[in-house]
Structure formats: structure tokens, C-alpha cells
Design a protein around this ligand. Structure first.
Ligand SMILES: [Fe+2]
Length: 243
């Protein structure tokens, strides 16, 4: 099912053998085909980055994986989305001072997809996230915010979200009866500005933006969809330098 909005998917794990996403080149090609069939023409590959390796080691591994995939795609007759390279960077205290942090931004943009710590956030987290934007001039995109909301204090959350950051939600949140009401509210009240798939494969964590779009259309949220889509395209343009 193709959706009628030109969403760029800014969060995915489609590179082969990089993390818990696609494991083989063949699987990556299959997932990319599914993305295209759902109307995704542009996608950011954002494999997990943990500081168990240097940034340069990670980038070398990522580039090798991307090259292997591109080689396979050259033989592909079916269309697939255009790919831009990025990372999903694990938060750690002091990350705002990491010298080569900008190398982990999405493409050539100054947007960094940030995986937040899975505990209650406090002053240090607020300071660090603020440092990424204020000290480094990098705009953090908080990945899948929905995972962290239940454990956060309202006041801390408000102060964090009040900064120069963007907030991303996974499309899956809009597909489950138990979570979609809250997910819709997060879009309507502006807490969330980006909708991505965070797809890992074609089975347990598939591309699902088109289903989320269909649901939001059914709920009459076309203006929100237009804004979400426009923002994703703008970031992709900045990441790739395309007009
Ligand atoms: Fe992810």
C-alpha cells in the first residue's frame, strides 16, 4: 500500500550486518523493496552507534556495509529508495564534548539521531542535550520518545523539550489500539515533530509508515501529516544537499 504523502524515513536499520536490523544483503534488499512499495522514496540508514568502538571504526564498518548493499542494488531491477547514511547514537554523559560527534550526524546535516538513556532523566541529561545544541550547534532528534515517556517527570520533560531539539516517534505507536490515542495527542500537541519507521526487517519490525498515514488520514489529520512529511523532506534535503 503506497501512501499519498512523500515521507522520508529518517530512522531505520536497513544496512546489512550492522546491528540488530537487517542481517544480510539479501534481507536489506527485501526490506528496501517493501519501503518503496509503501511509498518511501528516501530513507536514512541509522545503525546503532555505541561507544564500544571509535567513531572512525564505526564509520568504516558502516561504509563497508553500505558499499556491499549498493553493489547488490546495482543488479536490482526493482526500484528502491534513495539511501542517506546516519546513525542512532547512544546517549552518554559528556557526549556533547565528544570531538567527532558531528561525524555521526545524518548525512551532511547537523541533525543527530539520539537514543536516550532508559531511566528517569534529570539535570545531567537536560544539560547534556542542551550542550549538543548550544555548544555544538547540532540539533538532537530524540529517537522513539514514546519509550521513555512513562518514566519521566512532567517538569523535567517540559524543560528538555523546550530546547532546540526535535522529537521522533515510531509509526508502530499509531497502529496499536492501546497506544494510538496517546500517539495522536503527541502529534496534535506538537510534542512529536517526526514520524519514522525504525524498521529492522520485514517481519517483527517492518516498514509501517503507510499504515500509520492511513490511520491518521482516517482521523482527519491531514494538516499534521503534511507538516510531518514536509519536515522529514527538509531534513533529508539538508542531509544530502539535494535541491
Ligand atoms: Fe532504532
Amino acid at each position: 500500500m503506497e501512501n499519498s504523502y512523500s515521507f522520508c524515513d529518517l530512522h531505520s536499520h536497513i544496512l546489512p550486518g550492522m546491528d540488530d536490523g537487517c542481517q544480510t544483503v539479501d534481507e536489506s534488499v527485501q526490506v528496501l523493496r517493501s519501503c518503496y512499495e509503501q511509498g518511501i522514496r528516501k530513507i536514512c540508514a541509522t545503525p546503532h552507534y555505541y561507544p564500544v568502538e571509535s567513531v572512525d571504526e564505526f564509520l568504516a564498518r558502516r561504509d563497508a556495509s553500505a558499499q556491499e548493499l549498493h553493489k547488490a542494488l546495482e543488479k536490482e531491477t526493482m526500484p528502491v529508495p534513495k539511501i542517506c547514511l546516519g546513525a542512532e547514537v547512544a546517549y552518554r554523559p559528556g557526549i556533547c564534548y565528544q570531538e567527532d560527534l558531528d561525524k555521526l550526524c545524518i548525512g551532511s546535516s547537523q541533525y543527530l539521531l539520539l537514543e536516550m538513556p532508559f531511566h528517569q532523566w534529570g539535570e545531567e541529561v537536560i544539560r547534556t542535550v542542551r550542550g549538543i545544541s548550544n555548544v555544538r550547534g547540532i540539533t538532537p532528534i530524540l529517537a522513539h520518545i514514546e519509550r521513555y515517556l512513562p518514566m519521566q517527570e512532567k517538569e523535567v520533560l517540559e524543560r528538555l523539550l523546550d530546547q532546540e531539539i526535535l522529537v521522533q516517534m515510531n509509526a508502530a505507536r499509531l497502529l496499536h489500539f492501546a497506544t494510538r490515542g496517546q500517539a495522536r495527542r503527541l502529534l496534535i500537541n506538537g510534542t512529536v515533530q517526526l514520524l519514522s519507521s525504525d524498521c529492522h526487517n520485514n517481519t517483527s519490525r517492518p516498514q509501517n509508515i503507510s499504515q500509520a498515514v492511513a490511520y491518521l488520514q482516517k482521523k482527519g489529520m491531514d494538516a499534521v501529516l503534511e507538516e510531518l512529511s514536509r519536515r522529514s523532506r527538509r531534513i533529508f534535503r539538508e542531509a544530502t544537499g539535494e535541491k
